[in-house]
Ligand binder design. Structure first.
Ligand code: B12
Ligand code: SF4
Ligand code: SF4
Length: 354
């Protein structure tokens, strides 16, 4: 009976389009995760203020869902999407191909399709679409869907680390664990750590949330002041997210060199605007109405942040027009933008960029 349900769930997930699917009893899925969190926060105590309670909550879903017995975990591959030229080293891939809020993306309805299927089989479920209900990489590794590497990312055979994951808690005691033969990171390899501009990834399996470019470009409160300790000078042109520690990895090399096959919906609408010069010239209304729904990590009312990131990118690009383009913002009505502009202009003057 159980074997049939397991087989049916797996087959349905694959039929929907998922790359892979595993199922684990809850204890087995989360075993060891609290200890990993403890050691991360012991290493970076100041990271505790950034949603650490949410992470500990993910480690103990049985508190909110006492009926849950297992977790279903599925992977989605996106390395075959074409990254527009203007997005390169500006927008992180997960964000470029974020199907969660893009209704026209083929993956957009996969989660609700699997949810509906499980409910139709009288299986009770709990599922959180955006943040995930469990630590997705940890559970995926336990289910044999991939391996967590020193840069913290889950790697699969087919898409390297360019995968995202979705999970469902269910009230059935089921198990489906895949055997795999992933090669571990070579002990002497530090390429991902060397590639990290801010040294957020300063040692294996770490990542300092307060200095990682990804949250600094698109999350609050981390990204609220790019002038602090001149951190914005280290963004290397990224406007929203960062993929440098994944791009540096030899296990992603072949995957990144492969020709891409698919276009993400409405990419052409955004591609011409992913340029720091253009972002500085865009109206707040356009950024708010057009950009915000797609790049939704930046909450409503934070269009100034796109412009602050664009100023950092102009400096990183050593754009000869940087001073001229930033000067009009010195007396901008938004105090954050005004502050960033003053800081940027000072830096440009001190370094005689132009
Ligand atoms: C909050 C969050 C963020 C936050 C904070 C991330 C953080 N603290 O690590 C921010 C906004 C910064 C972020 C950014 C990004 N994120 Co994010 N994020 C999440 C989210 C919702 C929770 C992860 C989290 O905070 N966990 C707490 C940290 C401390 O723990 P952890 O990373 O889960 O596990 C650590 C330890 O516990 C330990 N560990 C756990 N298990 C094991 C097992 C073994 C064997 C070992 C050795 C170690 C180990 O190793 C890890 C490192 O210490 C997950 C979804 C989810 N529910 O899991 C997505 C997720 C992790 N993010 C994802 C991605 C892609 C990104 C970005 C690349 C987006 C981008 N293009 O910029 C960046 C990368 C930044 C980076 N260097 O990690 C993907 C990862 C895909 C993958 N292949 O691994 C996920 C799974 C989302 C998804 N939809 O699938 N993210
Ligand atoms: S995402 Fe970028 S800034 Fe963050 S750890 Fe990786 S390389 Fe460093
Ligand atoms: S770059 Fe090297 S150390 Fe980093 S994740 Fe890849 S193989 Fe592991």
């Amino acid at each position: 009976m159980n074997h049939n349900i397991v087989h049916d769930i797996y087959s349905k997930a694959i039929e929907i389009g998922y790359l892979n699917c595993g199922i684990l009893p809850l204890d087995e899925a989360l075993e060891g995760y609290t200890e990993y969190l403890d050691s991360r926060y012991a290493y970076f105590p100041d990271d505790k203020e950034f949603k650490s309670e949410d992470n500990y909550k993910m480690a103990h879903p049985e508190i909110d869902y006492p009926w849950a017995k297992s977790v279903i975990i599925c992977t989605v591959g996106f390395s075959d999407y074409h990254l527009p030229k203007s997005y390169y080293h500006r927008i992180g891939r997960l964000y470029a191909f974020d199907y969660r809020h893009e209704k026209d993306a083929e993956e957009h309805n996969w989660e609700s399709q699997l949810s509906d299927y499980l409910i139709s089989k009288n299986i009770r479920i709990a599922h959180l679409p955006d943040r995930g209900i469990v630590p997705l990489r940890h559970v995926s590794e336990k289910a044999g869907l991939g391996i967590i590497r020193k840069n913290n990312f889950l790697y699969t055979e087919e898409h390297g680390s360019f995968v995202s994951m979705s999970a469902w808690l269910i009230d059935q005691p089921l198990r489906l664990v895949h055997n795999h033969q992933f090669k571990s990171c070579p002990p002497s390899c530090h390429l991902c750590m060397e590639a990290c501009p801010t040294k957020s990834l300063e040692s294996p399996y770490t990542m300092h949330r307060r200095t990682c470019i990804s949250p600094l470009t698109c999350k609050y409160p981390e990204g609220s002041d790019v002038t602090k300790e001149d951190i914005g000078l280290q963004f290397e042109g990224w406007l929203y997210g960062c993929d440098l520690c994944q791009e540096a990895c030899p296990f992603n090399r072949k995957i990144l060199m492969r020709p891409t096959k698919r276009d993400f919906p409405r990419q052409d609408e955004f591609a011409p605007f992913i340029d720091p010069e253009i972002i500085l010239s865009m109206s707040d209304e356009y950024l708010e109405e057009h950009f915000q729904p797609r790049f939704w990590y930046m909450p409503k009312g934070s269009t100034w942040k796109w412009k602050a990131n664009a100023m950092c990118a102009l400096i990183a690009d050593k754009n000869p027009k940087a001073g001229q383009l930033i000067t009009p913002f010195l007396d901008h009505e938004n105090p954050e933008l005004q502050k960033t502009a003053k800081w940027a202009i000072n830096h440009i003057k001190e370094n005689h960029h132009n």
